[in-house]
Ligand binder design. Structure first.
Ligand SMILES: [Zn+2]
Length: 397
């Protein structure tokens, strides 16, 4: 195999890119276009042609680029450009300015997951210098942190218009260990509309907070059942489908019956979990047990529940091209499971098997003083360099 190892990126080159990426505040609620523009320019300067897929408002884009032949069988390096908010968090240094202390690089998104993006991007010249037999694609998406809602447009573009890849590596922070499966997640918004009134005459109103309490009790009961049903050795932590209740808002005063209460909640399901059945259980409970009682007091009352996000799980498949490839390159011979959602399940649904494998630790993600260790980035760089060399002579074993 003939490779131009002089084009292998230095760690400093990766860190320089990371510094630039961190400086863009791409909190999910904001536009990511400045970052996308920066990445596009970096690629275009090298003669590449990134494809963008945007949201309907036109303020966010995914980026897709191919290095190597325009053919099927490529390997996708996938990551999200958005980060979680820093609001309310206490940081020791500016979260949007990369800060290097004791071999660690601090900044929002260093671990989750601009470190991976920087490592990937810094391999552009190296990948371009190689006689690649299979293409390497970069897939940088938006709105992952709010339910993987951005990447769908990119996947659809690939399915409709481009030669299909055979594997995706999602670079979420796994401390460079292979993760072969992740839980799915479905989140909901429930609006409870009761009726107000003086709290001294509760029988004349429908207290929406008490209705919320009944829904939450039912969910809690379902959680207990799910814990009982679980196989403790399935590799997930925790080994059962879990309930999320994130937000409850309701009420205006101590002595007014609250007419309005809103809940944001959801389930993180094991790959084999029937999410529709869970959803139907709670919907039926609300429709059959709760709403008739509310309407007996006032016909103006109702409860609505809408799906906010729905991320399919990544079904573990140790024999998939993705897992076989990463095992082969990393020399690791086992894969774990994680409880957070990723876009890997969406790629899998589109017929592109995936694994999660990336630098940094999920334990640092989403926290103040988020950091990635330099050594993790060095390890990721080494892996990507091996991937490039492999792609010149692609054999799996
Ligand atoms: Zn992430």
């Amino acid at each position: 195999m003939k490779t131009d190892s002089t084009k292998q990126p230095s760690l400093n080159h990766t860190l320089g890119l990371l510094e630039s990426l961190i400086a863009f505040d791409t909190t999910s609620s904001l536009s990511n276009l400045q970052l996308i523009e920066f990445v596009s320019q970096y690629l275009e300067q090298r003669g590449l042609s990134p494809r963008l897929t945007s949201n309907t408002e036109g303020n966010k884009s995914n980026l897709w680029v191919t290095i190597g032949p325009e053919s099927e069988g490529g390997i996708v390096l996938s990551g999200h450009t958005d980060v979680v908010p820093v609001a309310g968090q206490k940081w020791s240094s500016d979260p949007f300015q990369l800060s290097q202390r004791d071999g660690k690089l601090y900044g929002r998104g260093t671990a989750d997951m601009k470190g991976f993006l920087a490592s990937v991007l810094s391999h552009t010249d190296f990948f371009m210098s190689l006689p690649l037999k299979v293409p390497i694609h970069f897939a940088f998406s938006y709105d992952e942190e709010v339910g993987c809602t951005g990447v769908g447009g990119l996947i659809k573009d690939v399915q409709d218009n481009l030669p299909l890849p055979v594997a995706v590596i999602v670079g979420e922070p796994t401390s460079m260990k292979i993760i072969g499966g992740n839980k799915g997640g479905r989140t909901f918004e429930t609006h409870i509309c009761g009726t107000d009134g003086h709290s001294s005459l509760p029988q004349l109103g429908v207290n929406s907070i008490l209705v919320a309490n009944r829904i939450l009790s039912k969910l809690d009961e379902m959680q207990t059942q799910l814990i009982h049903e679980a196989d403790p050795n399935n590799g997930f932590n925790p080994p059962y489908t879990t309930l999320d209740v994130g937000i409850i808002k309701g009420g205006t005063a101590a002595n007014i019956i609250p007419a309005r209460c809103d809940l944001i909640w959801g389930f993180r399901g094991l790959p084999e979990q029937d999410m529709d059945s869970l959803e139907n259980t709670i919907r039926n409970y609300i429709d059959e047990e709760i709403v008739p009682e509310m309407q007996a007091v006032s016909s103006d009352t109702f409860v609505t529940t809408t799906v906010r996000s729905d991320v399919p799980p990544l079904q573990p498949d140790e024999n998939s091209t993705a897992e076989q490839l990463v095992r082969h390159l990393s020399q690791l011979n086992e894969s774990g499971r994680v409880s957070y959602g990723t876009e890997a399940g969406l790629f899998q649904q589109a017929g592109i098997p995936g694994v999660i494998y990336g630098p940094g630790s999920i334990e640092q993600a989403h926290l103040p003083d988020e950091f990635i260790e330099e050594s993790q980035l060095a390890q990721c760089n080494q892996f990507l360099s091996q991937l490039g060399k492999w792609a010149t002579e692609p054999v799996y074993q």
